[in-house]
Design a protein around this ligand. Sequence first.
Ligand code: M6R
Length: 618
Amino acid sequence: MCGIVGYVGRSEAAPILLDGLRRLEYRGYDSAGVAIVNGTCIETRKCAGRIADLARLMTRHPPVGHYGISHTRWATHGKVTDENAHPHFDASGRIALVHNGVIENYSALREQLEREGGHTFNSDTDTEVLAHLIGSIYQQLNGADSKARLVNATRAALKQVIGTYGIALVHSEIKDFIVGARRGSPLVLGVGRDENFLASDVSAIVAHTRDAVYLNDFDIVAVSRDSFDISSLAGEAGNYQISKVEFGAEDVSKGDFPHYMLKEIFEQPNSVRDAMRGRLDYDECTAKLGGLNMAPADLRDVNRIILTGCGTALHAALVGEYLIEQLANVPVEVEYASEFRHRNTPMSGDTLVFAISQSGETADTLGALRESRRKGFRTLGICNNVASTIARESDGGVYMHAGPEIGVAATKSFTSQVTILALIGLLLGRIRHLSTSQGSRVIEALEALPEQIEQVLKLSDHVRAIAKKYASADGMLFFGRQFNFPVALEGALKLKEITYLFAEGHPSAELKHGIIALVRPDLPSVFIAPDDAVFSKNLNNIEQVKARKGPIIALTSGNGSAHLKNIASDVIEIPCVSDVVAPVLTAIPLQLLAYHLAVELGRDVDKPRNLAKSVTVE
Ligand code: M6R
C-alpha cells in the first residue's frame, strides 16, 4: 500500500527521502513523489511509474531543502497518473500533503469545499480534498504561532474525516516543520540527533536511526529538527515511548541474493529456529508461551479456537486447524478475516481467537481483531512486526521473530506461523490429554526442522530445472491431503502472485469431483505426497491424473520416491518428517518452484504487479 517518508534536519532532504522510498518499494506502489521546502517555496517532483522514474526526474531537476515529505502511491481513488500521484496541495499552494488510507467521505467534503468557493481540484484523489480542507481551516484560524495553527487546522480537518489515514504535511512558510497523523494506517516517528523522520514503516528510516515512536491511532505529531510533540485528536498530550528497532539497515538489504524472496526462502532454517527459541520446555515436554498472558487454567477452559488472517496467514491458519485439533483435541475454525468481521460467527465465552498477520497491519485482519475484542472475546496476535497495530491491540500473543520480510510473496512468515501454531497445539495438548512421550516427540520433530530445511534448500537447483522444463505451461494445479492440503493452497498462491499464471490448490480427493476435467497434457499437477498415513490415497489420485496424460510433479519423502519414480514426470524428495510439522518442509520446494518459474518468465519477483506487501485498505 502507500508509503510515506518525511525528513526534517540539517542534511539535504532529497537523497534521504528517495532512499526511504526505495526501502518502501516492497509495499507495492504505482507512482511516487516528493515535496521539499526550499526557502518559502515547495519543490515537487512526482510521476506515475517506478521510484527509478522519480529518481531520474529528481536528477534532472534536483529539489533542494532540508525538510520535506515523500510518498509511494497504490491507487485507490483515481487512475495511475502523474496528476494523481502525491503530494497534493491545498488551494493556497502552500500546504503539501501525502496520505496513506482512504477518506471515505471525500465526496461530501469536496462538495462542502466547492460550496465554500475558491477550491479547484487538480486530481481525482481523496487526498487532495483533505489537503484543501486543512488549508481552508488554516486560513480561518487566528493566532501568531503558525506551527500551532497548522496542527490545529490538521486536527479540526481530521475530525471531519471518516476513513483511514496516515498523513504527513508541510507548509512552505513554516520552517523546519512537518505534521503527521494516523488513524488506521501506520506511521512511525524516527528520532535522530538534530534530525527527525516520519515513515509508514521503520525499514524506511532504520539506516538513520533505530529510535522509534510508533504512533497510535488518533495521534497527531508535530515534528521539528530537534523536538517533537505528540497530541491526540482530542487535543490531549499523547502517551508515547521511544522503542529500539530490533533490526538494522543490513537486515533490509538483499545481501548476495538476486531477490529478497530468495534471501527470505534461504533464511528459513534461522527464522524457524527463532520462532522456537526459548519456547520449548524439555522437562515438561510442552511449549512456553508467556506472551499469551493466560494461566494454564484459562487455557484449559478454552473450548473453541478461531484462527483468522488473510492470504498466506490464512493458509498457515488452515494448517493450524489440523495441528491444534490433532494435538489438543480442541475444535478449531478458520475464518477469512474479511468475512469474519462482517458475519455472526457463533461464539461462546470460552472461544479464543488468534489473528495471524506477518505485517500486523492488514486492514481486514485488524478489523477482525477489533470486532472480536468488541464482542468481548480474548483475542491474541501472531505477528512478525513487533510494534504493529495488531500486536499492540491484541490481548497478548506470540511474536514470530522472523526478521523483516520484504518480498511481497510471503515465505518465511508462513513457516514461522506454522511453527508457532505447532507450539500452541503442543501447549494446549499437554494441558489436556497429550502424554509426555507424545509431547517429547513433537519437540523432537520441531527441533529437527532447521537442519531438515537446510537439506530441502539444497534442492533449489533441481527445482529450478523443473521450473525451466515447465516454463511454457500456462498454469498448474496443486493437490495435497490433510496437513498438506493448505500447502497446496499456498503453493498455488505463490505461483499466481509472482508468475501471474493460473493456479489452483485443492484437497487431492476433490480431483474426481470436478477438477479432473482440467487435466490435460500441457497442464502440470503438483502433488504434495510425503510418505505419510495418506500416501496411498494420494497415489490413487496421482494415477488418475497420469491416466489422463497430465504431467505430475510429485513432492514426496521416504518410500514415496520408489512408488512415484515411474509414475511422476518429476520427483522432489524431501526428508522424512512427522505429519504435524510436515508443512514447514513441504511449503519450501513450492516457494522455490514459484520463484524459479517467475525468474524464468522475467517477472518482477519482489514487486509483482498490482500487489502490496502490507494491505492496509479493505
Ligand atoms: O501481513 P499479513 O500476514 O497480514 O498479510 C496477509 C496477506 O496479505 C499476505 O499473506 C499475502 O497473501 C501475501 N502476498 C502472500 O504471499
